[in-house]
Design a protein around this ligand. Structure first.
Ligand SMILES: Nc1ncnc2c1ncn2[C@@H]1O[C@H](COP(=O)(O)OP(=O)(O)OP(=O)(O)O)[C@@H](O)[C@H]1O
Ligand SMILES: [Mg+2]
Length: 373
């Protein structure tokens, strides 16, 4: 079956809805040599946006690279991935693996021999007792050296930067900055979902990457263009979808890309199995299914939140839309300001354009509504 609405993997090219403005802005900054950090709630589309930008820059003859801190279990793995993604620009990504498999056979290949001649320290990857710190330190300078050697400019994307703490200590991240700031052939693109971490690292004066990268918030996708995109997708497979159904989807998800895709995937399955047009009734069924799919995540999150009864009170007040949080009876019972700060820090609520506090995750709100009230 065709993957009409991919979920759980970053989307690129024709699968990417909207994001035109964001893409141009990020590209413009990166091309001018300004490093950028994308931040926003989980599954809002940071990685998809970043990878699309890289794809386009690659077509414009930039060297590009991508490492994910979350997916690198240890510091040596992170270092190896960093080197591999850089080498991939010359189709040499398998160099380290070849070296690990056997030095002499690897070196017999002329391209690998050339890499080793230019960057001898790469041989350390094949040594069992190589110092993790040394490898990391060398790997951090590698993009600059490689780009310089080939007289190209590189854009390196470091995803889930907030996770860097798992490598024990600020020492590593400090080393990162001290090296990156001297690089003139590489511009860095970062992404992180934990707003508080991004703030601590990039915005706070004491943050290691303070003033290093320009902040670009990634928010939901604008509904009009998202709707046109979805309409086209259904048209591609000749499925009849009512306007009202798409409106209902976007009203619930508020343009949050992950949930919109997930709901549309369920609507697609519904239409295939029932052979009926997609209408508002189908949307109800799909919402139910999506909440079931995300149930474990929501219930775990709720369990966490419920440890603090003031947080529960505030969240329920937002769900029930009981007017201003500050002029109600709430203020008599709990410290509203402090509770909102806690919820904001955890990325659960944020102020919307109308200056009202809202859930960052529209489906978590729906979950509370249908399961807990
Ligand atoms: N521009 C887009 N158009 C269509 N779907 C999108 C778009 N951006 C994201 N998505 C959907 O949302 C999902 C999550 O996207 P992505 O992994 O890029 O988000 P993220 O913010 O990096 O998430 P995480 O916080 O998990 O790192 C994708 O699998 C896709 O279904
Ligand atoms: Mg991501």
């Amino acid at each position: 079956m065709e993957r009409l609405f991919p979920t759980g993997v970053p989307v690129l090219g024709k699968d990417l809805a909207g994001r035109h403005k964001e893409k141009e802005r990020v590209k413009q900054l990166l091309k001018s040599g300004q490093s950028v950090v994308l931040f926003g709630p989980r599954r809002i589309g940071k990685t998809s946006l970043a990878l699309t930008v890289l794809d386009e820059l690659k077509k414009e003859k930039f060297f590009v690279g991508h490492v994910d801190v979350f997916e690198s279990a240890t510091l040596p793995i992170f270092s190896q991935r960093m080197v591999e993604t850089v080498l991939a620009n010359k189709k040499l990504a398998k160099t380290i693996r070849a070296l690990k498999d056997g030095l002499s056979t690897a070196i017999s290949k002329i391209e690998i021999k050339n890499v080793v001649n230019d960057f001898e320290w790469i041989l350390k990857f094949a040594e069992k007792d190589a110092e993790a710190y040394d490898l990391f330190s060398n790997a951090l300078d590698f993009p600059e050296q490689f780009a310089k050697k080939h007289r190209r400019h590189m854009v390196l994307f470091i995803d889930e930067i907030g996770d860097i703490d798992k490598f024990n200590g600020t020492e590593f991240i400090k080393l990162m900055r001290s090296k990156f700031q001297l690089h003139s052939h590489v511009t860095y693109l970062f992404a992180g979902s934990h707003e508080s971490v991004v703030k601590n690292v990039f915005i706070k004066k004491s943050g290691v990457f303070y003033r290093f990268a320009q902040l670009c918030g990634v928010a939901a996708i604008e509904k009009v263009s998202f709707k046109a995109f979805l309409k086209n997708k259904f048209k591609e497979v000749n499925l009849d979808v009512r306007e009202t159904a798409l409106d209902a989807v976007l009203e619930l998800t508020e343009g949050h890309p992950y949930y919109t895709q997930l709901l549309c995937r369920e609507l697609y399955f519904y239409a295939l199995s029932k052979g009926k047009p997609i209408d508002s009734e189908a949307v109800e069924i799909a919402i139910d299914e999506v909440i079931r799919i995300e149930e474990l995540y929501f219930s775990t999150l709720w369990e966490e939140v419920s440890k603090n009864s003031a947080q529960v009170t505030v969240l329920l007040a937002i769900v029930e839309n009981r007017g201003s949080l500050f002029h109600s009876d709430l203020k008599k019972k709990i410290n509203v300001t402090r509770t909102l700060t806690q919820l904001k820090k955890r990325g659960i609520v944020e102020k919307n354009e109308n200056n009202r506090y809202e859930f960052t995750d529209p489906l978590f709100k729906e979950y509370i509504k249908v399961r807990l009230l």
